[in-house]
Design a protein around this ligand. Structure first.
Ligand SMILES: Cc1cc2nc3c(=O)[nH]c(=O)nc-3n(C[C@H](O)[C@H](O)[C@H](O)COP(=O)(O)OP(=O)(O)OC[C@H]3O[C@@H](n4cnc5c(N)ncnc54)[C@H](O)[C@@H]3O)c2cc1C
Length: 410
Protein backbone atom coordinates (compact mmCIF):
# COMPACT_ATOMS: atom_id res chain seq x y z
CA UNK A 1 0.00 0.00 0.00
CA UNK A 2 1.43 3.43 -0.87
CA UNK A 3 1.77 5.88 2.02
CA UNK A 4 -1.02 8.45 2.14
CA UNK A 5 0.43 11.95 2.43
CA UNK A 6 -1.82 14.94 2.97
CA UNK A 7 -0.29 18.34 2.22
CA UNK A 8 -2.04 21.37 3.72
CA UNK A 9 -1.58 24.55 1.67
CA UNK A 10 -0.84 25.01 -2.02
CA UNK A 11 1.85 27.70 -1.99
CA UNK A 12 5.31 26.85 -3.32
CA UNK A 13 6.06 24.88 -0.13
CA UNK A 14 2.92 22.75 -0.44
CA UNK A 15 3.26 22.23 -4.20
CA UNK A 16 6.87 21.06 -3.93
CA UNK A 17 6.06 18.89 -0.90
CA UNK A 18 3.28 17.19 -2.87
CA UNK A 19 5.53 16.64 -5.92
CA UNK A 20 8.40 15.14 -3.89
CA UNK A 21 6.00 12.93 -1.92
CA UNK A 22 4.37 11.72 -5.14
CA UNK A 23 7.69 11.15 -6.90
CA UNK A 24 8.70 9.01 -3.95
CA UNK A 25 5.75 6.69 -4.19
CA UNK A 26 3.12 8.30 -1.95
CA UNK A 27 -0.53 8.82 -2.71
CA UNK A 28 -0.90 12.58 -2.27
CA UNK A 29 -3.76 14.94 -1.58
CA UNK A 30 -3.31 18.72 -1.32
CA UNK A 31 -5.90 20.61 0.73
CA UNK A 32 -6.12 24.34 0.08
CA UNK A 33 -8.41 26.65 2.07
CA UNK A 34 -8.88 29.15 -0.75
CA UNK A 35 -10.81 28.71 -3.96
CA UNK A 36 -7.62 28.74 -6.05
CA UNK A 37 -4.33 26.91 -5.88
CA UNK A 38 -1.15 28.94 -5.23
CA UNK A 39 -2.74 32.39 -4.87
CA UNK A 40 0.31 34.06 -3.38
CA UNK A 41 2.75 32.37 -5.72
CA UNK A 42 0.77 33.76 -8.64
CA UNK A 43 1.25 37.38 -7.53
CA UNK A 44 4.84 37.00 -6.33
CA UNK A 45 7.38 39.26 -7.99
CA UNK A 46 4.51 41.30 -9.45
CA UNK A 47 3.18 38.16 -11.16
CA UNK A 48 6.60 37.26 -12.58
CA UNK A 49 7.92 35.30 -9.57
CA UNK A 50 11.52 35.78 -8.59
CA UNK A 51 11.96 32.15 -7.53
CA UNK A 52 15.61 32.12 -6.46
CA UNK A 53 18.96 33.80 -7.14
CA UNK A 54 22.52 32.88 -8.07
CA UNK A 55 23.82 32.45 -4.51
CA UNK A 56 24.63 28.98 -3.23
CA UNK A 57 22.42 27.28 -0.65
CA UNK A 58 24.89 28.19 2.09
CA UNK A 59 25.19 31.83 1.03
CA UNK A 60 21.42 32.20 0.78
CA UNK A 61 21.00 30.59 4.20
CA UNK A 62 23.38 33.16 5.68
CA UNK A 63 20.84 35.85 4.79
CA UNK A 64 18.17 34.26 7.01
CA UNK A 65 19.62 35.56 10.29
CA UNK A 66 18.87 33.46 13.33
CA UNK A 67 17.26 30.66 11.22
CA UNK A 68 20.34 30.14 9.03
CA UNK A 69 21.54 26.94 10.67
CA UNK A 70 18.08 25.42 10.87
CA UNK A 71 17.36 25.85 7.16
CA UNK A 72 20.66 24.62 5.78
CA UNK A 73 19.72 20.93 5.42
CA UNK A 74 16.58 21.82 3.44
CA UNK A 75 18.39 24.44 1.34
CA UNK A 76 20.98 21.80 0.43
CA UNK A 77 18.29 19.25 -0.39
CA UNK A 78 16.96 21.43 -3.21
CA UNK A 79 19.67 24.09 -3.63
CA UNK A 80 19.18 27.12 -5.91
CA UNK A 81 21.01 25.62 -8.89
CA UNK A 82 18.98 22.41 -8.61
CA UNK A 83 15.72 24.35 -8.31
CA UNK A 84 16.57 26.21 -11.52
CA UNK A 85 17.53 22.92 -13.19
CA UNK A 86 14.44 21.03 -11.99
CA UNK A 87 12.11 23.79 -13.14
CA UNK A 88 14.01 23.84 -16.44
CA UNK A 89 13.36 20.09 -16.83
CA UNK A 90 9.69 20.82 -16.18
CA UNK A 91 9.63 23.41 -18.96
CA UNK A 92 10.32 26.66 -17.09
CA UNK A 93 13.05 28.47 -19.01
CA UNK A 94 15.02 30.60 -16.54
CA UNK A 95 15.88 34.22 -17.09
CA UNK A 96 18.65 35.82 -15.07
CA UNK A 97 17.81 39.43 -14.25
CA UNK A 98 20.52 41.91 -13.16
CA UNK A 99 22.93 38.96 -13.16
CA UNK A 100 21.40 37.83 -9.86
CA UNK A 101 17.65 37.08 -9.75
CA UNK A 102 15.98 34.10 -11.44
CA UNK A 103 12.57 34.63 -13.03
CA UNK A 104 10.77 32.47 -15.58
CA UNK A 105 11.64 33.79 -19.05
CA UNK A 106 7.89 33.88 -19.75
CA UNK A 107 7.54 36.43 -16.87
CA UNK A 108 4.61 34.34 -15.73
CA UNK A 109 4.43 32.96 -12.17
CA UNK A 110 1.65 30.59 -13.25
CA UNK A 111 4.18 28.68 -15.36
CA UNK A 112 6.01 27.70 -12.19
CA UNK A 113 2.83 26.58 -10.49
CA UNK A 114 1.72 24.54 -13.50
CA UNK A 115 5.15 22.97 -13.84
CA UNK A 116 5.26 21.79 -10.23
CA UNK A 117 1.71 20.39 -10.18
CA UNK A 118 1.24 16.74 -11.22
CA UNK A 119 -1.78 14.96 -12.69
CA UNK A 120 -1.35 12.07 -10.22
CA UNK A 121 -1.93 14.43 -7.25
CA UNK A 122 -5.39 15.39 -6.05
CA UNK A 123 -5.69 19.14 -5.42
CA UNK A 124 -8.76 20.06 -3.35
CA UNK A 125 -9.65 23.74 -3.03
CA UNK A 126 -12.05 25.36 -0.51
CA UNK A 127 -10.75 22.68 1.85
CA UNK A 128 -9.61 24.41 5.03
CA UNK A 129 -7.91 22.20 7.59
CA UNK A 130 -8.77 22.88 11.22
CA UNK A 131 -6.83 20.17 13.01
CA UNK A 132 -5.05 16.88 12.86
CA UNK A 133 -6.03 13.62 14.51
CA UNK A 134 -3.36 11.90 16.54
CA UNK A 135 -3.37 8.32 17.82
CA UNK A 136 -0.65 7.56 20.33
CA UNK A 137 2.12 9.89 19.28
CA UNK A 138 1.43 9.66 15.54
CA UNK A 139 -0.72 11.61 13.12
CA UNK A 140 -3.51 9.54 11.52
CA UNK A 141 -5.84 12.05 9.80
CA UNK A 142 -6.58 15.70 9.16
CA UNK A 143 -9.86 17.37 10.04
CA UNK A 144 -11.43 19.92 7.73
CA UNK A 145 -13.69 22.88 8.40
CA UNK A 146 -16.67 20.90 7.12
CA UNK A 147 -16.00 18.17 9.68
CA UNK A 148 -14.48 15.67 7.28
CA UNK A 149 -11.67 13.42 8.46
CA UNK A 150 -9.14 12.52 5.80
CA UNK A 151 -6.88 9.61 6.75
CA UNK A 152 -3.14 10.20 6.43
CA UNK A 153 0.07 8.33 7.23
CA UNK A 154 1.90 11.66 7.10
CA UNK A 155 0.82 15.30 6.98
CA UNK A 156 2.81 18.28 5.72
CA UNK A 157 1.60 21.61 7.10
CA UNK A 158 2.57 24.30 4.58
CA UNK A 159 0.00 26.94 5.50
CA UNK A 160 2.20 30.00 4.90
CA UNK A 161 1.81 33.04 7.13
CA UNK A 162 -0.42 36.03 7.70
CA UNK A 163 0.87 38.41 5.05
CA UNK A 164 -1.49 39.48 2.26
CA UNK A 165 -4.59 38.12 4.05
CA UNK A 166 -6.52 39.00 0.88
CA UNK A 167 -4.66 36.06 -0.77
CA UNK A 168 -3.43 33.74 1.94
CA UNK A 169 -3.32 33.59 5.63
CA UNK A 170 -6.31 33.81 7.84
CA UNK A 171 -5.11 34.08 11.44
CA UNK A 172 -7.73 31.64 12.65
CA UNK A 173 -6.61 28.91 10.21
CA UNK A 174 -2.91 29.24 9.48
CA UNK A 175 -1.59 28.11 12.85
CA UNK A 176 -4.61 26.25 14.24
CA UNK A 177 -3.60 22.69 13.33
CA UNK A 178 -0.01 23.26 14.49
CA UNK A 179 -1.18 24.72 17.79
CA UNK A 180 -3.68 21.94 18.40
CA UNK A 181 -0.82 19.49 17.81
CA UNK A 182 0.98 21.19 20.73
CA UNK A 183 3.36 23.45 18.81
CA UNK A 184 4.30 26.91 20.04
CA UNK A 185 3.93 29.80 17.64
CA UNK A 186 6.47 32.62 17.79
CA UNK A 187 4.14 35.65 17.64
CA UNK A 188 3.95 36.67 13.98
CA UNK A 189 4.80 40.20 12.85
CA UNK A 190 4.74 41.62 9.30
CA UNK A 191 8.00 41.38 7.35
CA UNK A 192 9.24 42.90 4.07
CA UNK A 193 6.88 45.81 4.63
CA UNK A 194 7.00 49.61 4.45
CA UNK A 195 7.22 51.62 7.65
CA UNK A 196 5.16 54.55 8.85
CA UNK A 197 6.84 57.64 10.26
CA UNK A 198 5.32 59.68 13.10
CA UNK A 199 4.41 63.31 12.30
CA UNK A 200 5.36 62.69 8.70
CA UNK A 201 6.43 65.86 6.99
CA UNK A 202 7.63 64.32 3.73
CA UNK A 203 4.36 63.19 2.17
CA UNK A 204 5.00 65.54 -0.75
CA UNK A 205 7.93 63.33 -1.66
CA UNK A 206 5.64 60.31 -2.03
CA UNK A 207 6.88 58.23 -4.95
CA UNK A 208 10.38 59.70 -4.94
CA UNK A 209 13.24 57.23 -4.99
CA UNK A 210 16.75 57.78 -3.63
CA UNK A 211 19.12 55.39 -5.36
CA UNK A 212 21.88 55.27 -2.77
CA UNK A 213 20.53 56.33 0.60
CA UNK A 214 21.78 55.22 3.97
CA UNK A 215 19.52 54.54 6.94
CA UNK A 216 20.82 54.34 10.49
CA UNK A 217 18.42 52.57 12.83
CA UNK A 218 18.25 52.84 16.60
CA UNK A 219 16.11 50.41 18.58
CA UNK A 220 16.39 48.09 21.56
CA UNK A 221 19.80 49.55 22.40
CA UNK A 222 21.10 48.58 18.95
CA UNK A 223 22.40 50.69 16.07
CA UNK A 224 22.14 49.21 12.58
CA UNK A 225 22.75 50.49 9.08
CA UNK A 226 20.99 49.62 5.86
CA UNK A 227 21.54 51.17 2.48
CA UNK A 228 20.50 51.28 -1.14
CA UNK A 229 17.23 52.23 -2.77
CA UNK A 230 14.83 54.17 -0.56
CA UNK A 231 11.26 54.98 -1.56
CA UNK A 232 9.27 57.74 0.12
CA UNK A 233 5.60 56.82 0.54
CA UNK A 234 2.61 58.94 1.52
CA UNK A 235 3.10 58.04 5.18
CA UNK A 236 6.65 56.79 5.54
CA UNK A 237 9.46 54.90 3.86
CA UNK A 238 9.85 51.69 1.89
CA UNK A 239 12.11 50.13 -0.76
CA UNK A 240 14.99 47.66 -0.36
CA UNK A 241 16.81 49.84 2.20
CA UNK A 242 13.79 49.45 4.49
CA UNK A 243 12.18 46.09 3.65
CA UNK A 244 14.92 43.75 4.82
CA UNK A 245 15.05 45.31 8.29
CA UNK A 246 11.30 45.85 8.62
CA UNK A 247 10.54 42.59 10.47
CA UNK A 248 13.11 43.44 13.16
CA UNK A 249 11.57 46.90 13.44
CA UNK A 250 8.07 45.39 13.63
CA UNK A 251 9.17 43.08 16.43
CA UNK A 252 10.74 45.97 18.34
CA UNK A 253 7.58 48.06 17.92
CA UNK A 254 5.35 45.18 19.03
CA UNK A 255 7.51 44.87 22.16
CA UNK A 256 6.81 48.56 22.87
CA UNK A 257 10.34 49.74 22.02
CA UNK A 258 11.01 53.13 20.46
CA UNK A 259 12.44 53.01 16.92
CA UNK A 260 14.31 55.93 15.39
CA UNK A 261 15.81 56.16 11.94
CA UNK A 262 18.26 58.65 10.54
CA UNK A 263 17.81 59.15 6.80
CA UNK A 264 20.92 60.12 4.85
CA UNK A 265 19.97 61.12 1.32
CA UNK A 266 23.26 59.87 -0.09
CA UNK A 267 25.31 57.19 1.64
CA UNK A 268 28.56 58.96 0.84
CA UNK A 269 27.49 62.43 1.93
CA UNK A 270 27.24 63.33 5.61
CA UNK A 271 26.40 66.76 6.99
CA UNK A 272 30.07 67.86 6.68
CA UNK A 273 30.22 66.92 2.99
CA UNK A 274 26.99 68.81 2.31
CA UNK A 275 28.37 71.82 4.15
CA UNK A 276 31.41 71.84 1.85
CA UNK A 277 29.22 71.40 -1.24
CA UNK A 278 27.04 74.36 -0.27
CA UNK A 279 30.00 76.54 0.67
CA UNK A 280 31.72 75.85 -2.65
CA UNK A 281 28.43 76.51 -4.43
CA UNK A 282 28.03 79.89 -2.73
CA UNK A 283 31.33 80.95 -4.31
CA UNK A 284 31.07 79.23 -7.71
CA UNK A 285 27.33 79.64 -8.27
CA UNK A 286 26.45 82.60 -6.05
CA UNK A 287 23.64 83.83 -8.26
CA UNK A 288 21.99 80.46 -8.67
CA UNK A 289 19.12 79.59 -6.35
CA UNK A 290 19.78 77.03 -3.62
CA UNK A 291 16.80 75.06 -4.94
CA UNK A 292 18.39 74.77 -8.41
CA UNK A 293 21.74 73.71 -6.99
CA UNK A 294 20.17 71.03 -4.80
CA UNK A 295 17.94 69.91 -7.66
CA UNK A 296 21.08 68.88 -9.56
CA UNK A 297 21.53 66.08 -7.02
CA UNK A 298 17.97 65.60 -5.77
CA UNK A 299 14.73 66.34 -7.59
CA UNK A 300 13.33 69.87 -7.74
CA UNK A 301 10.36 68.76 -5.63
CA UNK A 302 12.66 67.34 -2.98
CA UNK A 303 14.93 70.40 -2.98
CA UNK A 304 11.96 72.72 -2.48
CA UNK A 305 10.52 70.58 0.29
CA UNK A 306 13.83 70.55 2.15
CA UNK A 307 14.03 74.34 1.90
CA UNK A 308 10.52 74.57 3.25
CA UNK A 309 11.34 72.23 6.16
CA UNK A 310 14.38 74.36 6.96
CA UNK A 311 12.27 77.52 6.77
CA UNK A 312 14.37 78.95 3.91
CA UNK A 313 12.62 80.98 1.17
CA UNK A 314 12.47 78.97 -2.07
CA UNK A 315 14.15 81.75 -4.08
CA UNK A 316 17.16 82.10 -1.75
CA UNK A 317 20.38 82.37 -3.80
CA UNK A 318 23.50 80.45 -2.92
CA UNK A 319 25.49 83.58 -2.01
CA UNK A 320 22.76 84.70 0.40
CA UNK A 321 22.42 81.41 2.24
CA UNK A 322 23.34 82.22 5.85
CA UNK A 323 25.45 79.95 8.05
CA UNK A 324 22.48 78.98 10.31
CA UNK A 325 20.37 78.23 7.22
CA UNK A 326 23.20 76.12 5.78
CA UNK A 327 23.45 74.19 9.05
CA UNK A 328 19.70 73.49 9.00
CA UNK A 329 19.89 72.22 5.44
CA UNK A 330 22.97 70.08 5.92
CA UNK A 331 21.38 68.61 9.05
CA UNK A 332 18.39 67.48 7.00
CA UNK A 333 20.41 66.17 4.06
CA UNK A 334 23.10 64.45 6.10
CA UNK A 335 20.81 62.68 8.55
CA UNK A 336 17.19 63.59 9.12
CA UNK A 337 16.05 61.80 12.29
CA UNK A 338 12.54 60.35 12.34
CA UNK A 339 10.48 58.18 14.66
CA UNK A 340 9.02 55.00 13.19
CA UNK A 341 5.53 54.46 14.61
CA UNK A 342 4.17 51.42 12.78
CA UNK A 343 4.46 49.14 9.77
CA UNK A 344 2.12 49.29 6.82
CA UNK A 345 0.53 46.13 8.21
CA UNK A 346 -0.35 42.65 7.01
CA UNK A 347 -2.11 43.77 3.85
CA UNK A 348 1.15 45.18 2.47
CA UNK A 349 3.63 42.76 4.08
CA UNK A 350 5.31 40.29 1.72
CA UNK A 351 6.23 37.78 4.42
CA UNK A 352 5.53 36.79 7.99
CA UNK A 353 8.24 36.83 10.61
CA UNK A 354 7.37 34.33 13.33
CA UNK A 355 5.51 31.04 13.16
CA UNK A 356 6.04 27.47 14.32
CA UNK A 357 8.92 27.43 16.77
CA UNK A 358 12.04 25.90 15.22
CA UNK A 359 13.30 24.00 18.22
CA UNK A 360 10.19 21.79 18.07
CA UNK A 361 11.02 20.67 14.51
CA UNK A 362 13.86 18.41 13.36
CA UNK A 363 15.84 20.34 10.70
CA UNK A 364 17.12 17.09 9.15
CA UNK A 365 13.61 16.00 8.12
CA UNK A 366 11.34 18.94 9.02
CA UNK A 367 9.30 16.47 11.11
CA UNK A 368 7.69 17.64 14.32
CA UNK A 369 9.54 16.58 17.45
CA UNK A 370 6.15 16.34 19.19
CA UNK A 371 4.02 14.31 16.76
CA UNK A 372 5.34 11.57 14.46
CA UNK A 373 4.37 11.87 10.81
CA UNK A 374 3.72 15.61 11.06
CA UNK A 375 5.98 17.77 8.89
CA UNK A 376 6.30 21.52 8.30
CA UNK A 377 7.46 23.57 5.32
CA UNK A 378 7.75 27.15 4.12
CA UNK A 379 6.67 30.36 5.74
CA UNK A 380 4.59 28.52 8.34
CA UNK A 381 7.84 27.96 10.23
CA UNK A 382 9.57 30.79 12.08
CA UNK A 383 11.78 31.51 9.04
CA UNK A 384 11.81 34.62 6.86
CA UNK A 385 14.37 35.85 4.40
CA UNK A 386 15.15 39.11 2.61
CA UNK A 387 13.85 40.29 -0.78
CA UNK A 388 15.32 38.66 -3.87
CA UNK A 389 13.98 35.14 -4.35
CA UNK A 390 15.13 33.86 -0.95
CA UNK A 391 11.64 33.17 0.40
CA UNK A 392 10.40 31.13 -2.54
CA UNK A 393 13.72 29.27 -2.57
CA UNK A 394 13.18 28.41 1.11
CA UNK A 395 9.52 27.46 0.57
CA UNK A 396 10.45 25.21 -2.38
CA UNK A 397 13.44 23.58 -0.69
CA UNK A 398 11.69 22.97 2.62
CA UNK A 399 8.63 21.66 0.79
CA UNK A 400 10.82 19.25 -1.17
CA UNK A 401 12.53 17.92 1.97
CA UNK A 402 9.32 17.65 3.99
CA UNK A 403 7.51 15.92 1.10
CA UNK A 404 10.37 13.47 0.57
CA UNK A 405 10.58 12.60 4.26
CA UNK A 406 6.80 12.38 4.61
CA UNK A 407 6.76 9.79 1.81
CA UNK A 408 9.78 7.78 2.88
CA UNK A 409 10.16 7.88 6.66
CA UNK A 410 8.40 5.35 8.87
C1 LIG B 1 3.08 40.60 -3.14
C2 LIG B 1 4.11 39.55 -2.83
C3 LIG B 1 5.19 39.37 -3.68
C4 LIG B 1 6.16 38.42 -3.37
N1 LIG B 1 7.20 38.24 -4.24
C5 LIG B 1 8.14 37.31 -3.96
C6 LIG B 1 9.19 37.03 -4.89
O1 LIG B 1 9.20 37.55 -6.03
N2 LIG B 1 10.16 36.16 -4.52
C7 LIG B 1 10.12 35.48 -3.30
O2 LIG B 1 11.02 34.70 -3.02
N3 LIG B 1 9.11 35.69 -2.43
C8 LIG B 1 8.12 36.58 -2.74
N4 LIG B 1 7.08 36.75 -1.87
C9 LIG B 1 7.00 35.89 -0.67
C10 LIG B 1 6.49 34.48 -1.08
O3 LIG B 1 5.35 34.61 -1.89
C11 LIG B 1 6.16 33.64 0.13
O4 LIG B 1 7.29 33.62 0.99
C12 LIG B 1 5.80 32.22 -0.29
O5 LIG B 1 4.62 32.23 -1.06
C13 LIG B 1 5.60 31.32 0.92
O6 LIG B 1 5.23 30.07 0.44
P1 LIG B 1 4.40 29.05 1.34
O7 LIG B 1 4.06 27.92 0.46
O8 LIG B 1 5.14 28.78 2.59
O9 LIG B 1 3.09 29.86 1.77
P2 LIG B 1 1.93 30.49 0.87
O10 LIG B 1 2.40 30.78 -0.50
O11 LIG B 1 1.37 31.59 1.68
O12 LIG B 1 0.86 29.32 0.77
C14 LIG B 1 0.18 28.85 1.91
C15 LIG B 1 -1.17 28.36 1.45
O13 LIG B 1 -1.79 27.66 2.53
C16 LIG B 1 -3.17 27.97 2.54
N5 LIG B 1 -3.70 27.70 3.89
C17 LIG B 1 -3.45 28.41 5.02
N6 LIG B 1 -4.06 27.84 6.08
C18 LIG B 1 -4.70 26.75 5.59
C19 LIG B 1 -5.50 25.75 6.19
N7 LIG B 1 -5.74 25.75 7.51
N8 LIG B 1 -6.04 24.77 5.41
C20 LIG B 1 -5.77 24.74 4.08
N9 LIG B 1 -5.00 25.67 3.44
C21 LIG B 1 -4.47 26.64 4.21
C22 LIG B 1 -3.20 29.43 2.13
O14 LIG B 1 -4.48 29.77 1.62
C23 LIG B 1 -2.11 29.49 1.08
O15 LIG B 1 -2.60 29.28 -0.22
C24 LIG B 1 6.06 37.65 -2.17
C25 LIG B 1 4.96 37.82 -1.33
C26 LIG B 1 3.98 38.74 -1.66
C27 LIG B 1 2.79 38.88 -0.74
Amino acid sequence: MPRRVVVVGSGPAGLWAARYACENGAEVTVLEARRKVGSKLLISGAGKCNYTNILSARDQAERFGRARRFILKAMNFLPPEKLVWRLGQLGVVPELVDDFYYFPASSCAADIMNAVMMPQIEYCTSAAVTGIKITGDRVCAVKTLNEEEIPADAVVLACGGLSYPQLGGDMSLVYRAAELAGHNIVPPVPGLVGLKIADYSLSELSGMVLEDAELIWYFGGKKMRTGGILLFTHNGISGPAVLDISAAVARALSAGKAVKVKIKFFKELDAGSWDRILLTGSVDNGKKSVASCLAERLTRRCAELLLMLAGIPSDRTMSRLTAPERRLLTGLLGGMEKTVCDTEGWRKAMVTSGGVELKEVNPETLESRLVKGLFFAGEQLDVDGPCGGYNIQWASASGALAGFCAATSE
